[in-house]
Design a protein around this ligand. Sequence first.
Ligand SMILES: *Cc1c(COP(=O)(O)O)cnc(C)c1O
Length: 370
Amino acid sequence: MVDLKSQYDKIQQEIDTAVIDVIRSTQYINGSEVKNFQHDLEEYLDVKHVIPCANGTDALQVAMMALDLKPGDEVITTSFTFVATVEVIALLGLTPVLVDVLPDTFNIDPEKVKNAISPKTKAIVPVHLFGQCVDMEPLLELAEKHNLFIIEDNAQAIGADFIFGDGTRKKAGTLGTIGCTSFFPSKNLGCYGDGGAVFTNDDELAKKLRVIVNHGMEVRYYHDSIGVNSRLDSIQAAILRVKLKRLNDYAAARRKAACFYDRAFSNHPRIKTPVRSKFSTHVFHQYTLIIENLDQFALQKFLGEKDIPAMIYYPVPMHMQKAYTDPRYKEGDFPVTEMLSKSVISLPMHTELDEEQLKYITESVLEFLG
Ligand SMILES: *Cc1c(COP(=O)(O)O)cnc(C)c1O
């Protein structure tokens, strides 16, 4: 699905130097590279505070801890996402309230969010799925009206712009109370291990988040709150600094591949190619097709036999996962998510795809569909 080796080969010297410099510095934890990366990312995102942490799942967890959400509080999120989003809500004893998505963007439906708000609702967690922003303006209005926090799960859309109705732009993850991201190797800004970060424009929250990721400790060995140990290590930070400089070029390469796919599939009656929302740029974390009457696993197997990886994101909706079964929900409650889980397939999408590969992939998909 990704080609991290070819990407590394092109920046090898710069990466190797950055990594060796950290090793020689012996500042492996909280070294200067972590601070430098933090500042680089603050500047890139145009956000006041970036707090690096160990991974994207932790980012979501520390965000919810910093907002003092209490067991029983309801958190509204999407039924069509990677498990981490719902996992941390459940882990903290909060109540996940699931909401269906829109069939064209795969993203949470603001109208359904509105209907899900109750007196117990404390927060909304929109997930900018596959590289494109959720329609944030209606959510920001709802949050304002009902006094709710917004925690953006931006693990898949770092670098995407949200475009307001008046034309102004903000980077995905910087619109809500707190934004969360992941630097897992296959994400758009990936390191060579695990990594994550939270962002916020709120000074008080930033201070709290820094204490939480560091064992609830402000003054060394004095613990005023219960925290966690969640750090980005210096080697990963040094790698991320090299890759952040190229993030916009990487997004452009992904977009170019997406346009090739679009053209190849545009006339096929059963294939729906990804839409581009007017309120968001697309950074194509995934290139995901919706195909009518599809045996996804047969197509995946067919492509696999031709050495083409393809993935089904996500085959089982949250409310139908064993760990998250809940008497409030049953099969049929989230028809769009359920339809998508049976008809989506994601094709290889990364920065190194060339025309020859794209041609081979698209011809193979079309050959299967006949
Ligand atoms: C990858 C991902 C996460 C979790 O990130 P990790 O760094 O793997 O913990 C959370 N939410 C979404 C939507 C993701 O895609």
